[in-house]
Design a binder for this molecule. Sequence first.
Ligand SMILES: Nc1nc2[nH]cc(C(=O)O)c2c(=O)[nH]1
Ligand code: SF4
Ligand SMILES: [Mg+2]
Length: 244
Amino acid sequence: MPLVLATDDTGGPEIFASVQGEGPSAGMPVAFMRLSRCNLACVWCDTAYTWHFTGDDRPHRDGIEFDRKANQVKLDEDEVAARITELGQKRLVITGGEPLLQAPALAKLLQLLPDISVEIETNGTTKAPAPLDIRIDQFNVSPKLAHSGNSAELALVPERLDAYATDPRAWFKFVIAEPADVDEVLALRDRYRFKPDHVFLMPEGIDSETLRTRERWLAPLCVEHGFRMSDRLHIHLFGDTRGT
Ligand SMILES: Nc1nc2[nH]cc(C(=O)O)c2c(=O)[nH]1
Ligand code: SF4
Ligand SMILES: [Mg+2]
């Protein structure tokens, strides 16, 4: 069963080495693999080319509908493993899209990469089945708030959030566009008993100026509530580009 990956600017699979730009391992040198498809549709999604294909009438702020053929590439697990190995990194970040939609193929891929440590960027709605779960060292869970445009029913799955709240491998990363978004995080923290030191608040933004402007009011809110703040290093370094 092949993996369905996003494409980079050359039309090849989006597999690349970079520094992790977000969350608890920010700054670590890692290999990245970006899978296509998502079960949510965030209006500000910075990787709409993984899901906002022609004919999808769910709103996205850019209004662009991506050609599926040009933005997806199917590759067998052994080919993907070879490309990741070539990058020479000790750690792999699996992102998307929502990578857990391709759990069986991911489990098979990781069997071919027995020595690599793995972190996964997930929207927190989908369970990793056991053969995949045992290979994940770190879950970067990013539940989506009301400003994403998704219904809470789709975006906030109580059973999943309960499970991640007690999993020491899980870190929460909330995308924040306005100070009022933090009120929603506080309500979720109370409901699910998230440990504040496992919670990151990260500004929404795809340019340095927006990130910096939002971080100026976000940092004091993190200090007030005992949350951690995440920057988006790759945006400062490379802008909103693929394969970085
Ligand atoms: N350098 C870099 N770090 C990242 N951390 C999370 C990313 C993502 O798109 O999920 C990402 C990304 O696309 N690039
Ligand atoms: S969950 Fe992530 S990949 Fe999916 S639409 Fe939202 S931001 Fe984009
Ligand atoms: Mg990204």
